[in-house]
Design a protein around this ligand. Structure first.
Ligand code: BTN
Length: 266
């Protein structure tokens, strides 16, 4: 059911091209965005929920989504003018936007853990799950699902070491509607830059400037064999440059490989 009070709070602060829906309880906003997109001609659809009963994370993990505690949102782009092979970079675009949003809201020095986690210090503040559907005409839709840990006062034992919330960091509570609108505004600006070249070249400097991995030792979790190296910035296609101890440079692609710090998550 649409929550009209929360929707009216988005009025005037959400970019006009985005049609928003606010539901009380859904399985996953990534799934509800797809359902809701069928009810409107809008090209950009924002699904927000107070709670997710089957919140989903990357790599088949779940995303804990208790009622009213944090922001659970998915922005769906209908038939975006992007070639399917370029769409995976949108996950970096929304990751950068989330970091900018957190910085503006909190003045905390949020950073990006490649490719798209927003972190403060060595803990995750925001996770992103990007899903795409392609048909014979190209991309049917891309769904950018974002979970921002806003007002959680504690995390389960198994997450404590690598997750935090804006509340735990600043002692302040954050408004979900304002956070969602700000994130969407930053995303649209970055998206327009992205569309000019369909790659990260226009955002490269800003992205690399926010990249926590830059210059750090990372463990590359490559299915063909793990190795360690020093992370450089991203390439214009959003791949991470990693230099092995023998000086050989690898360029790693987020779909296949993830990275960790040598002693922890970052
Ligand atoms: C991750 O870091 O593993 C990605 C987490 C993504 C969570 C968000 S919450 C809103 C949207 N709906 C979902 O089911 N997942 C994403």
């Amino acid at each position: 059911m649409e929550n009209s009070m929360m929707i009216s709070r988005l009025d005037g602060i959400l970019p006009k091209e985005i049609k928003a829906f606010w539901e009380t309880s859904v399985d996953s906003t990534n799934l509800s965005a797809v359902r809701l997109a069928q009810q409107t001609d809008a090209q950009m659809v924002l699904a927000i929920a107070d709670e997710q009963t089957q919140g989903r994370g990357r790599r088949g993990r779940s995303w804990s989504s208790p009622m009213g505690q944090s922001l659970y949102m998915s922005l769906l782009l209908k038939r975006p003018p992007i070639k399917p092979e370029n769409a995976s970079m949108l996950t970096l675009v929304i990751g950068l936007s989330a970091v900018q949003c957190v910085r503006e809201l909190t003045e905390c020095s949020a950073q990006i853990k490649w490719p798209n986690d927003a972190v403060i210090g060595d803990k995750k503040i925001c996770g992103i799950l990007t899903e795409m559907r392609v048909d014979e005409d190209g991309i049917r839709h891309v769904v950018l699902g974002v979970g921002v840990n806003l007002n959680a006062g504690e995390f389960p034992e198994e997450l404590k070491d690598r997750a935090t919330s804006l509340y735990l960091k600043t002692g302040k509570k954050y408004d979900r509607a304002e956070t969602a609108a700000l994130l969407c505004r930053r995303f649209l600006e970055n998206y327009h830059t992205f569309l000019k070249t369909q790659d990260m070249s226009g955002l490269l400097e800003e992205y690399n400037g926010a990249l926590i991995n830059l210059g750090r030792q990372v463990k590359v979790l490559d299915p063909r064999g793990e190795y360690t190296g020093t992370a450089g910035g991203i390439t214009p296609r959003g791949e991470l440059r990693v230099t092995r101890p023998d000086g050989k440079e690898e360029v790693i692609y987020a779909g296949e490989v993830s990275v960790r710090g040598l002693y922890g998550y970052v």
